[in-house]
Write a protein that binds this ligand. Sequence first.
Ligand code: GLP
Length: 241
Amino acid sequence: MELVRAKDYNDMSRKAANVISAQVILKPNSVLGLATGDTPKGTYLQLAEWQKKGDCSFAKVSSYNLDEYVGLTPDHEQSYHYFMRKNFFDLVDIDLANTHVPDGAATDVEQACVDYDRIVAEAGYPDLQLLGIGRNGHIGFNEPDDHFARGTHVVDLTESTIEANSRLFDSVDEVPRQAVSMGIQTIMYARRILILASGEDKAQAVRDMVYGLITPQVPASILQLHPNCTVIADEAALSLC
Ligand code: GLP
């Protein structure tokens, strides 16, 4: 695991955008694994700025997102489909037809999970997987558990995640209790992983991820076993390291 220290959120975002733009400059038809949340927003904005200036392009990129809430349709403002369009896809030259987000609103969600694994595998898995980290060490929506999930699956969200994510909903009762998430095995198949963390509320999770036991109770700790994983975290997120 390579640990890159950033001064603050903006510095983290700029450093992360540099890694992603280098990826798409060197390989224009890269397969990107993408994440939602406040953490990557600044990275997406920086990339959009550079793309507008002509420094990089996403025209040939295809993307696969990590997760989606169960029951939210793509036009729901809190859905991750909507988040991705608003914070990235609509800001850059990516072809929407080449973007993929798990279908949490499918009538048969279990089948949608199987289908999602198939298309990610057919794409050859991400060249670069971008990740954030939950306060409890989750990645995607892989919550602390007694085993590591392999493929895309339906997850019961923990109270801590429901509470953390309720800031984006009108009330905590509106936060879906379930989500669809890519599994740990699929995440580990990415050729390179870039995980970002900002803020003091992520400090314990970052410490456990980088220096703790490798355990499904801290899903991000499995990344210690990935051969090409870079952590970019700001001073606050590294305050316990
Ligand atoms: C959500 C997402 C994760 C994300 C995490 C942290 O639960 N499913 O992919 O990494 O929250 O979010 P934030 O970046 O807003 O702190």
